[in-house]
Design a protein around this ligand. Structure first.
Ligand code: SF4
Ligand code: SF4
Length: 158
C-alpha cells in the first residue's frame, strides 16, 4: 500500500533550531536554510498560499523543537510552509527512519533523524541510559549506539 501522509506534523516537531535546522531570513519570505539531518544548505521560500501562516509561531510554545517552517492549521493538521522548496530529506522521508518493534511486532517507537518518537516505557528506559549520546553524540554514533542497545534486549529495529 502506498504511504499516505496524514499531515499530523509529528515528523517535523523534532527537526528544529536547537539541533537540526537553522534558518536565517534573507527577505521576509526567503530563508537561507542549513538542514543538518541531510547536510543540505539551500535557499527556501515560504509559499504564497502559506504566507499568512508565517507569523503564527504558537507551534513553538507547544513543540519548541519544531522545524522553523512547521505550522498548524488546526489541533491535528499541520503544514510545511516551504513545501514546494523543502529539503530533499523531507521529500524522501516518511514518518520515520527506523521502526522499533517488540518480538510480537508491536510498534514501541520510531526513530526520526536523531529523535525517538512515541517511545514506550522499555524504549524510554534504554534512551535514559544513553542520554548523553542521545543528546550530544554525532548522528552516526547516536544511531549505532541506540539501535545496538535496543537490539541487544530483543527489540526489532528495521
Ligand atoms: S522543512 Fe517542512 S517538511 Fe521539512 S521538517 Fe520543516 S516543516 Fe517538515
Ligand atoms: S510523514 Fe510526518 S506528517 Fe506525515 S503522517 Fe508521518 S509523521 Fe505525520
Amino acid at each position: 500500500m502506498a504511504f499516505e501522509c496524514l499531515c499530523c506534523g509529528v515528523c517535523c516537531r523534532y527537526l528544529g533550531p536547537y539541533h537540526e535546522a537553522y534558518a536565517v531570513p534573507s527577505d521576509p519570505y526567503v530563508y537561507d536554510l542549513e538542514f543538518t539531518p541531510s547536510g543540505e544548505r539551500m535557499q527556501v521560500s515560504v509559499s504564497e498560499e502559506m504566507a499568512h501562516l508565517l507569523s503564527d509561531t504558537s507551534v513553538f510554545e507547544k513543540y519548541p523543537e519544531s522545524c522553523p517552517f512547521l505550522r498548524y492549521i488546526s489541533e491535528t493538521e499541520a503544514r510545511c510552509i516551504i513545501h514546494s522548496t523543502r529539503p530533499d530529506y523531507c521529500k524522501k522521508s516518511g514518518c520515520y527512519d527506523y521502526l522499533i518493534c517488540d518480538q510480537d511486532g508491536i510498534i514501541c517507537g520510531k526513530i526520526k533523524s536523531r529523535f525517538v518518537i512515541g517511545a514506550d516505557e522499555g524504549v524510554s528506559q534504554i534512551l535514559l541510559n544513553y542520554s548523553d549520546i542521545v543528546s550530544r553524540a554525532p548522528y552516526d554514533v547516536f544511531i549505532k549506539t541506540v539501535t545496538d542497545a535496543l537490539r541487544e534486549v530483543g527489540y526489532i529495529v528495521s
